[in-house]
Ligand binder design. Structure first.
Ligand SMILES: [Zn+2]
Length: 248
């Protein structure tokens, strides 16, 4: 940390809002761990338990009806490893999130915003990175919750999306919105990269997570990038949070 690092009343509060156990680890855990290690707090909302995911890797054979419990346990174990608080889990079924009225989902998120008063909110951008319907539904409901929250409070948390620079997006065959290609905030995660990879591997039920761990390792993706949502109205506090993230 440098002497120019902005001073805050700590702990600052991070809130990640995602669709499935593992989204938080893939998208932003390197930065989230650094945040927590700097004496801040972090929380995660997971809208589903990912019941439609793969049924194990290696010799594992998980029954479909048990997968939600297994993935919830994987999530809890990882958050504990990262120093993050236990998750808020909504009881939606994996791949059903877009069947919910966005306003109802937004009101559930809003309750937690009011309770935690986060300084930073991270959720998927418009494409949800993978165009998964649950990711996109999470994005829409979070934006709505953010609007409701801001209309009723003087708090001004920043809202950011995990982003992927264009060359990396091409490597992974991703079709992103323009917003999600912007690297407004770049965080060097060399110090926490190993823990992030371990976190991905801990999702032993999930083939995708294993594959991503392999690719991140192969390419040594030891930085994370984020885009500021256009919904932000930046004030001094939010600009300081942005500078703080860059300084982590
Ligand atoms: Zn997901």
């Amino acid at each position: 940390m440098t002497s120019t690092t902005p001073k805050f009343k700590k702990p600052l509060v991070w809130l990640g809002i995602f669709a499935h156990p593992d989204d938080e680890t893939t998208s932003s855990s390197g930065t989230m761990i650094k945040w927590v290690k700097s004496n801040n707090q972090a929380y995660i909302i997971t809208c589903t338990r990912g019941e439609e995911g793969s049924l194990g890797t290696g010799n594992m054979k998980i029954k479909r009806e048990d997968l939600g419990k297994v993935r919830e346990a994987e999530l809890r174990r990882n958050l504990n490893l990262f120093g993050v608080n236990p998750p808020y889990i909504f009881d939606y079924r994996d791949q059903d999130l877009n069947k919910e009225n966005p306003d109802i989902l937004a009101k559930k998120i809003l309750q937690i915003l009011k309770k935690l008063a986060p300084d930073l909110i991270i959720t998927f951008g418009p494409s949800g990175i993978s165009n998964h319907s649950d990711h996109i539904a999470t994005h829409k409901a979070t934006l709505l919750a953010y609007k409701y929250y801001k209309s009723n409070t003087s708090m001004n948390p920043i809202l950011i999306y995990p982003s992927i620079p264009e060359d990396r997006a091409k490597q992974f065959d991703l079709e992103l919105s323009e917003d999600e290609k912007k690297s407004d905030i770049v965080v060097d995660i060399q110090d926490t990269f190993e823990t992030k990879i371990l976190g991905l591997k801990n999702y032993k039920s999930q083939k995708d997570a294993q594959e991503i761990a392999k690719r991140f390792l192969e390419h040594q993706f030891n930085y994370e990038t984020f885009a500021l949502s256009p919904i932000n109205t930046l004030d001094n506090h939010s600009l300081n949070i942005i500078e703080y993230l860059k300084s982590l």
